[in-house]
Write a protein that binds this ligand. Structure first.
Ligand SMILES: Nc1nc2c(c(=O)[nH]1)N[C@H]1C(S)=C(S)[C@@H](COP(=O)(O)OP(=O)(O)OC[C@H]3O[C@@H](n4cnc5c(=O)[nH]c(N)nc54)[C@H](O)[C@@H]3O)O[C@H]1N2
Ligand SMILES: Nc1nc2c(c(=O)[nH]1)N[C@H]1C(S)=C(S)[C@@H](COP(=O)(O)OP(=O)(O)OC[C@H]3O[C@@H](n4cnc5c(=O)[nH]c(N)nc54)[C@H](O)[C@@H]3O)O[C@H]1N2
Ligand code: SF4
Ligand SMILES: [Mo]
Length: 703
């Protein structure tokens, strides 16, 4: 039975547990087993102004004890089955499993895998736990699968990575938006309003997507390149900008470095050549260049389409080059931005759960950063391990030199590339502990499963896609058998000899995070829970000011005066097109791309437990063009077998002219035979280590 607080008159303002828009909502406890809370309108939060998508609206259903975990589970040595256990038994089993591995094989034999859905406090505590308590370098997280290419490109060009350098409210006021590989009508539905308003204001919208999605339908111009060719497309546009004399020479001279080399790279990408690579006709390319260049302000926004490629960093770099060459960056209502994905996709990438990182977006290999953070942690900098492996490389090493894993906030059995191999690696571990709210496909493989509290039952901060730090307030009492992730880390740390340093109180953790981030690129030191509540969020960087001085206002808009590089100038990065890691051939003649549908979230661990969402999106499918369907002889709804060099998946055909005839699309939200990631290619971007989820070669058959 879930115990809930008595209904109160005033609902509690909080935020959705799912995507990076972090829509504001009010929650009112309800004394029902099925639905422990009700969502009540909250119109004062500016990002969504009361609008929610179906996932957010139904999120309280996952709070029900009928679908969630309410007691720890420990694998029984005799039967091999997961059995209920007390918290004391479960935590000792985890402490023992991690300690034994460390004692037998060294610190780096213990791995930690985190998630971009974890609050800032959790991400911070998890990184600290890995480096101090476990002493391991082997920590990374699922954000590596999400926005790491855009992050790397941001760093290279601007010296700082914040997904959007401006608030969403600026989008409708710009002249032209190029939206590349984002289907936000399905992935952030309330944000579609910003594009509708853009058009109402006379602004133009260009969408780049191999599919005519619900988002692409809104566009003034839809370019449908072959997956994996965005780099050529952006270079072709830059070529035309130069050829047609549309370069903003003054801006380039005053605010940038490296133009000559970038220009030279673009000049080898003739429009006709680009048309051959991308399939986008030259007149469309010219039209896009005209629309973007002639607007007096403009934005390029990318999402996973161009980023989840083995050349995602260079691809984003090419789009940034286009912004810089046309003077559409570092100015009001202009710039490049990445639409980050997970609930705390932004904050989760700043506070130390990434392999090469310390809190405040500091670098683990920077001696000054190590000294600062070690000072806050009260340890010698020399005890901090060095950088570890990226997410896929870490998963690939499981059962090899990494023999035990603590996983918090991800379900890689469904969401990792080449998932059958990853699943096999996870099964080969000596010890696996998973903290989750439900029994995910990955938790099913664990030796110990720790049931944790959810968004509505705990307080914590997230940082949305705009860089706005938000407060999720506890609105309900959790069921008695669950503990928060912070309590889990607190308990484990104590069992492993760290009585101090891992408080379970989120505000106390945030206080330490503020100090650890002070002076770093993502400086949160001036942000407090009180300020967030009063100001509807605070944008970082927000340094603490001296005694008696006014608070720093936060930074909604970055780069207007200078970029965050040492000399204040943005860097063009010279790039040239290269093919996807796996090209089509006679054996595997079709391109597979993957992504999302509106009614399921990620690995589906949460949303597949909500009846209304399952009714709307009951299972995997293969989206394909009628011509391709005819070639393989399948009709609508018939099962299609999809083969890649990694394996086979089967799902019903969904036939539509909205996709290129040479491409098929599968959503990745399901396990079992419809698991899209059985097929995907783990080829990694050399800079960001992002896997190529958006392109691989497949063969189709009627199943
Ligand atoms: N409903 C729902 N919403 C979500 C999520 C979810 O799982 N479900 N997840 C959240 C998270 S973590 C994320 S990261 C975001 C992702 O948000 P999006 O990036 O919008 O989602 P995707 O569907 O992965 O990809 C977007 C589009 O890229 C296109 N695409 C595929 N290949 C290419 C290519 O090579 N080039 C280009 N230009 N486009 C290509 C696809 O056709 C797709 O329409 O969504 C967030 N919101
Ligand atoms: N083919 C293909 N694969 C993809 C992608 C793609 O576009 N195509 N996109 C990639 C992207 S962008 C992403 S972000 C990943 C996401 O994929 P995953 O990392 O698998 O993300 P989720 O399904 O959100 O998994 C989160 C897990 O943590 C649990 N959880 C939620 N909140 C908490 C919490 O506060 N604490 C704890 N301990 N657990 C919690 C959930 O129940 C769930 O089991 O998938 C990637 N995989
Ligand atoms: S758009 Fe994202 S944050 Fe808003 S309600 Fe839907 S899932 Fe939640
Ligand atoms: Mo993501």
């Amino acid at each position: 039975m879930s115990e809930v607080t008595a209904p109160t008159a005033a609902p509690v303002p909080t935020h959705c547990p799912y995507c990076a828009l972090q829509c504001g909502m009010n929650l009112r406890p309800a004394a029902s087993e099925e639905l422990p809370a009700e969502v009540v309108d909250r119109t004062d939060f500016p990002v969504n102004r009361g609008a929610l998508c179906g996932k957010g609206r139904t999120a309280p259903a996952v709070l029900s004890s009928r679908v969630r975990l309410t007691e720890p589970l420990v694998r029984c040595p005799d039967t091999g089955a997961l059995k209920p256990a007390t918290w004391e038994e479960a935590l000792s089993a985890v402490a023992e499993g991690l300690h034994r591995t460390r004692a037998d094989h060294g610190s780096d034999a213990v791995g930690v895998f985190g998630g971009g859905g974890l609050t800032n406090e959790k991400a911070y505590a998890l990184g600290k736990f890995a480096r101090l308590v476990l002493g391991t370098s082997q920590i990374d997280y699922n954000g590596r699968f999400c926005m790491s290419s855009a992050a790397a490109a941001h760093q290279r060009a601007f010296g700082l990575d914040r997904g959007l350098p401006f608030p969403l409210e600026d989008v409708p006021k710009t002249g032209c938006v190029i939206l590349v590989g984002s289907n936000l009508a399905e992935t952030m539905p309330p944000a579609l309003r910003y594009l509708t308003e853009l058009k109402e204001n006379g602004g133009r919208l260009i969408v780049v997507d191999p599919r005519r999605t619900r988002t692409a339908e809104q566009a003034d111009l839809h370019l449908a390149p072959r997956p994996g060719t965005d780099l050529a497309l952006a270079l072709g546009m830059l070529h035309l900008v130069v050829a047609e004399g549309r370069v903003d020479e003054e801006f380039v001279a005053a605010r940038t470095e490296g133009w000559e080399a970038a220009r030279a790279g673009a000049m080898s990408h003739w429009p006709e050549h680009v048309e051959r690579i991308t399939g986008v006709p030259v007149p469309q390319l010219r039209e896009a260049v005209r629309m973007f260049s002639e607007a007096d302000s403009g934005m390029v926004l990318t999402a996973r389409g161009p980023e989840q490629q083995s050349k995602g960093t260079d691809t984003v770099g090419a789009w940034i080059n286009l912004c810089l060459a046309t003077g559409k960056a570092g100015r009001p209502l202009s710039g490049y931005g990445c639409l980050t994905g997970q609930g705390n996709g932004q904050g989760g990438r700043e506070h130390g759960q990434k392999a090469d990182q310390l809190p405040g977006y500091r670098k683990l290999d920077d001696p000054a950063a190590r000294a600062h953070v070690a000072g806050v942690w009260g340890v010698d900098p020399d005890v901090l391990p060095g950088p570890g492996r990226s997410a896929y490389e870490l998963l690939d090493a499981l059962g090899g030199d990494v023999k035990a894993l603590l996983l918090m906030g991800s379900n890689p059995v469904v969401s990792a590339p080449r998932a059958a191999h990853v699943e096999e690696r996870i099964r080969s571990l000596d010890f696996l502990a998973v903290a989750d709210v439900v029994l995910s496909e990955t938790a099913e493989l664990a030796d110990v499963v720790l049931p944790v509290t959810q968004w509505a039952e705990e307080t914590g901060t997230t940082t949305n896609l705009e860089g706005r730090v938000l407060l999720r307030r506890r609105a309900l009492t959790p069921p008695p058998g669950v503990r928060s992730d912070l309590e889990v880390l607190h308990g484990l740390a104590a069992l492993l000899g760290w009585e101090k340093g891992f408080p379970a109180d989120p505000e106390e953790v945030f206080g330490e995070l503020r100090r650890a981030s002070a002076g770093g690129p993502a400086d949160y030191s001036g942000i407090s829970y009180r300020r967030i509540e009063e100001e509807q969020g605070v944008f970082w960087p927000c340094p603490e000011t001296g005694e008696g001085e006014a608070d720093h206002a936060g930074t909604p808009r970055l780069f207007l005066d200078r970029f965050a590089t040492p000399d204040g100038r943005a860097r063009f990065v010279p790039v040239v097109h290269r093919a996807a890691a796996e090209e089509t051939d006679a054996e595997y003649p079709v391109v597979l791309t993957t992504g999302r549908v509106v009614s399921q979230y990620q690995s589906g661990a949460q949303t597949r437990r909500v009846a209304e969402l399952n009714a709307a999106a009951p299972g995997a499918f293969v989206e394909l063009h009628p011509r391709l369907a005819e070639r393989i002889g399948v009709a609508e709804g018939e099962p299609v077998a999809v083969f890649s060099r990694r394996g086979k998946a089967v799902a019903p055909a969904r036939i539509t002219t909205a996709i290129r005839p040479d491409t098929v699309f599968m959503p990745f939200h399901w396990a079992g035979e419809g698991r899209a990631n059985t097929l995907t290619n783990p080829a990694l971007d050399p800079v960001s280590r992002m896997p190529e989820f958006k392109v691989c070669a497949v063969r189709l058959e009627r199943a």
